[in-house]
Design a protein around this ligand. Structure first.
Ligand code: FAD
Length: 409
């Protein structure tokens, strides 16, 4: 049995930042990170980008070098997920049977890839992209020779992976159940742009197609994706990118409130005493989404929630109120998103999408609510200020790429 002043569950972006921010703020108590994976904290975004492409080595994946954590006396217990917590005793049980008592608990366990609800999901050659281990397995299969890739799910991770596989010269089919890609995160204009781009790059993009089953050969290796309409797509490597399920089982079992993840207040506190939750698994009322209760899956959200908690534990009460931002790299396109858009927003396109450098501005009740900027970092930086200032710019000026956004403040 041991005692941690702060026990952090999960050593991903949120967990690492929580430890880092606590030490930066002078917190001297014992900090333990218990995490399921076998690695020091590493960056997840490159998993579907340059790490998948083989263009970034493992040592460049770590958030900080190993010595950073030991120098700051942050203990990292790898391969030991927390399996249960007893909130009244303030005690956590780890998978190896050991227990850690704590004063404060920060739950930063992220989420697990949603499984394909059909037969064949366990065949060899079927992968998700969430961990270093996932991508190492994909790369090992690529090294052994792959003929055809199918990507199930047209979200950011699926599309980024499709772009990488095309850059490696592989035939790729993307299968999306809905009638457009990226439907969960952006509007029709940007979806249409990325659909055209992937087709131009040679991706066979199937929209409005449901997967019925994955078919394998006698050795248990996937060989095709069978569609509900009877079609069959040959593939010996299948990526399933259909979202995550928040990893909150032990926390909810201990009585924390939550349905889609775990509910937190503006200080990232759960309904259990001295128990916080941050990052992908934390459902919160977001001021930039008109206080709708949402989970955000982004590095920004995990990092800024970690900072909110570190402040609270060290005696500063500053509610989580950071503007959401996100990025995605596909081919030579760098998308930067800031703010939070909804389907009902008015849309203004700035610049010509054919130039591969343009922005889409989303207005809610006349105010700038969000921007999607493709190869347009200047709009991203200046647009953020329009959102923060709750600006109501003139539509014609907004649509004119010659007019700098900062002049509309
Ligand atoms: P994670 O970073 O997922 O860390 C959670 C950790 O907790 C994991 O290591 C997990 O194994 C561990 N864990 C789970 N259960 C337990 C348990 N019971 N006990 C102990 N440990 C546990 N965001 C962007 O902003 N831009 C991008 O371009 C981008 N690209 C992405 C690409 C990919 C392939 C993926 C997977 C994500 C991407 N994201 C991106 C999202 C971003 O990485 C996540 O939002 C962020 O990692 C969330 O941080 P987190 O701390 O909540 O969870």
């Amino acid at each position: 049995m041991s005692f941690a002043d702060v026990l952090i569950v999960g050593g991903g972006h949120g967990g690492a930042q929580a430890a880092l921010a606590l030490r930066q703020r002078g917190f001297e108590g014992r900090i333990v990170i218990a995490t399921r994976e076998g690695y020091q904290p590493y960056e997840r975004p490159p998993l579907s980008k340059d790490y998948l492409a083989g263009a970034r080595p493992l040592e460049k994946m770590y958030i900080r070098p190993e010595s950073f954590w030991s120098d700051r006396k942050v203990e990292i217990r790898t391969r030991t997920p927390v399996v249960a917590i007893a909130p009244q005793l303030r005690s956590a049980e780890l998978s190896d049977g050991s227990r850690i008592d704590y004063h404060s608990l920060i739950w930063a366990a992220g989420g697990d890839p949603r499984r394909l609800p059909c037969s064949g999901a366990d065949l060899n050659g079927v992968h998700s992209i969430r961990t270093l281990g996932d991508v190492d397995r994909i790369r090992a299969q690529l090294d052994g020779g792959v003929k055809r890739v199918a990507v199930i799910g047209g979200g950011y991770i699926g599309l980024e992976a499709a772009a990488v596989f095309r850059s490696l010269g592989l035939p790729v089919t993307v299968i999306e159940r809905l009638d457009r890609v990226l439907s969960r995160v952006t509007g029709e204009a940007l979806s249409g742009f990325y659909e055209a781009e992937h087709r131009r790059q040679g991706v066979d993009l199937l929209l409005g197609h449901e997967v019925d089953a994955l078919l394998g050969d006698e050795d248990g290796q996937v060989r095709a994706v069978s569609l509900a309409d009877g079609g069959e797509i040959e593939a010996d490597l299948v990526i399933v990118g259909i979202g995550i399920v928040p990893a909150v089982g032990p926390l909810l079992a201990a009585g924390a409130a939550g349905t889609n993840g775990v509910d937190v207040d503006e200080l990232c506190r759960t309904s259990l005493d001295d128990t916080y939750a941050i990052g992908d698994c934390a459902a919160h009322a977001n001021p930039y989404a008109d206080n709708a209760v949402i989970r955000l899956e982004s590095v920004q959200n995990a990092t800024d929630m970690a900072n909110t908690v570190a402040k609270h534990i060290t005696g500063e009460r500053e509610p989580y109120n950071t503007i959401p931002w996100f990025w995605s790299n596909q081919y030579d396109l760098r998308l930067q998103t800031v703010g939070f858009s909804t389907e009902d927003d008015e849309v203004v396109v700035r610049g010509d999408p054919d130039s591969r450098s343009f922005s889409i501005v989303y207005l809610r009740e006349g105010r700038v609510a969000a921007l999607d900027c493709v190869n347009m970092t200047r709009d991203y930086a200046q647009g953020r200020r329009l959102i923060e200032a709750r600006s109501e710019p003139d539509r014609d000026a907004l649509a004119d790429p010659e007019v700098a956004l900062k002049s509309l403040l």
